[in-house]
Design a protein around this ligand. Structure first.
Ligand SMILES: Cc1cc2nc3c(=O)[nH]c(=O)nc-3n(C[C@H](O)[C@H](O)[C@H](O)COP(=O)(O)O)c2cc1C
Length: 371
């Protein structure tokens, strides 16, 4: 029988009972960067036995935040609070990784840091701590020695995540945030070893991968990238090649240490483009081709995200285009998405208005389950 959403999968050391993964999603419900009992409930609602979940982007330091109400993983108090979330997921038989996040120049703090001094253009807006919108602030390019300090912050955050009981961590290298600001050639204008050639642009990510793998083990970490996504002005002149070079580096790293990462997670551009004017079959085919090329190149577990329905997920798995699929918006509005997919039940629609609001119930815990 063809592989489908309910075919079990061995993700390195983890036995997954199905392929429907909870995508990392910022929900802005933390208070003072501390996850609440509502977080435990939210993730528990979406847990299944042998199901895999990735947390919302979680801050690695006090300069990392770009949204209000995001939780951190850099203080002992944060670590303690996450234990409740992890326990709630584990008690349902779920497996959960913490997504490690630094937004770089998309920060809503006073003095954002980045690979560059160049601001994000004012066509973008960021949500300020008081939940009003503002234009992005002017960043400051990190000095070389400071880049190494941030790499160390990722390592420490990974160590903390394991202390909190997480099964592993995902390095958020996507969507125009700090790591992507080093990867993309339209942003990275550095002249030190972290800029210039494509190898140098990949160095920040690869040094983080090395440091985190040394700390927690490669098999307890995933990496997320989005070479073809231009969110927050993160464009590259050759996304196909950028993806290839990152994958080539990851393959070499895995061969060298004789162990694989848990997975590579790539977001498809159709996440932003779906339904937009001028977005047609040709563009979709082009994107599918990019993803297939990277999927074939990567020597390990390949997860994809962005615009998947039940039907598209089934097709991608049957065609061998992915090993795992992470679902975002549909998982917000359907806490029992796995069950609904299994019996092919109708889905609850989602309400964008409550994606990033603060209410710990409305739009967060109150989407109905099948009876
Ligand atoms: C409300 C919301 C918050 C998100 N936050 C994050 C995040 O913190 N980290 C991340 O890597 N992606 C984030 N994403 C992207 C999702 O992980 C996912 O890739 C995207 O929603 C596309 O999948 P979908 O079409 O199934 O929703 C977010 C998406 C949404 C809708």
């Amino acid at each position: 029988m063809a592989t489908n959403l309910f075919t079990p999968f061995q993700m390195g050391k983890f036995d997954l009972s199905h392929r429907v993964v909870l995508a990392p999603m910022t929900r802005c419900r933390a208070i003072n960067e501390i996850p609440l009992p509502a977080h435990a409930e939210y993730y528990a609602q979406r847990s299944t036995k042998g199901g895999f979940l990735i947390t919302e982007g979680t801050l690695i330091s006090d300069t990392a935040a770009g949204f209000p109400g995001t939780p951190g993983i850099y203080t002992d108090e944060q670590v303690e609070a996450w234990k409740n979330v992890v326990d709630a997921v584990h008690s349902k038989g779920g497996i959960i990784f913490c997504q490690l996040w630094h937004v770089g120049r998309a920060s809503n703090h006073g003095a954002p840091i980045s690979s560059t001094n160049q601001s994000i253009s004012d066509k973008w807006r960021i949500i300020m701590p008081d939940r009003t919108l503002d234009v992005p602030h002017k960043p400051r390019a990190l000095q070389t020695h400071e880049v190494w300090q941030v790499i160390e912050q990722y390592r420490r955050a990974a160590e903390n995540a394991i202390r909190a009981g997480f099964d592993g961590v995902e390095i958020h290298g996507a969507h125009g945030y700090l790591i992507d600001q080093f990867l993309k050639d339209s942003i990275n204008d550095r002249i030190d070893e972290f800029g210039g050639s494509i190898e140098n642009r990949c160095r920040f990510l690869m040094e983080i991968v090395k440091a985190v793998a040394r700390e927690v083990g490669a098999d307890r970490m995933g990496v997320r990238i989005s070479p073809a996504i231009d969110h927050m002005d993160a464009t590259d002149s050759d996304p196909l090649n950028l993806g290839q070079v990152v994958i080539d580096r990851l393959n070499k790293f895995q061969n060298k240490i004789g162990s694989k990462l848990a997975y590579l997670h790539v977001t498809q551009p159709r996440f932003t483009a779906h339904g937009m004017k001028g977005y047609g079959k040709e563009k979709e085919d082009e994107e599918a081709q990019l993803m297939r090329t990277w999927r074939r190149a990567y020597q390990g577990t390949f997860m994809s995200s962005g615009g998947f329905t039940r039907e598209l997920g089934m097709k991608a798995l049957a065609d061998g285009d992915v090993d795992l699929i992470s679902y975002g918006r549909l998982f917000i509005s359907n806490p029992d998405l796995v069950c609904r997919f299994m019996v092919d039940a109708p889905l609850n629609g989602y309400n964008r208005e409550t994606f990033y609001t603060q209410d710990p119930i409305v739009g967060y815990l109150d989407y109905p389950f099948l009876n």
